[in-house]
Design a protein around this ligand. Sequence first.
Ligand code: ZN
Length: 136
Amino acid sequence: MMYPFADYVDILGTQYKIELKTRDEDPGLRHGDMTHGYCSYAEKRIVINDRSKQSNFSEDEEYSYLRHAMKTLRHEIVHAFLAESGLAGNAKMCGSWATNEEMVDWIALQGPKITKAWLDAGALFSLDIYSERGNE
Ligand SMILES: [Zn+2]
């Protein structure tokens, strides 16, 4: 399967490598809740489980796996933003919002819709997504 993923993503000025690996190739993907993917803040990389190598999928299944992999990548990018911005590292309490999986997943799921609403409402220039001005 062809994934539309970039090789690197800029997270607040830090380059994170995006890697597609199978569970056999990356032991990190065999840990409990990191089976779909994970973000290594120390190594500055995001690993997504490439399930397309594990079996032959129909076109419909491929599309569904691709959408899931994209959602997982968004989820891991949210983790990276929280880490690079200092919020995850400064989370003192267990269960802090900055390390809460439900909150991270909520942003990953709703992010595209929020971005569309911001664009539709005129609260964001589409060019701001690709420029430093978007951070103002
Ligand atoms: Zn997570």
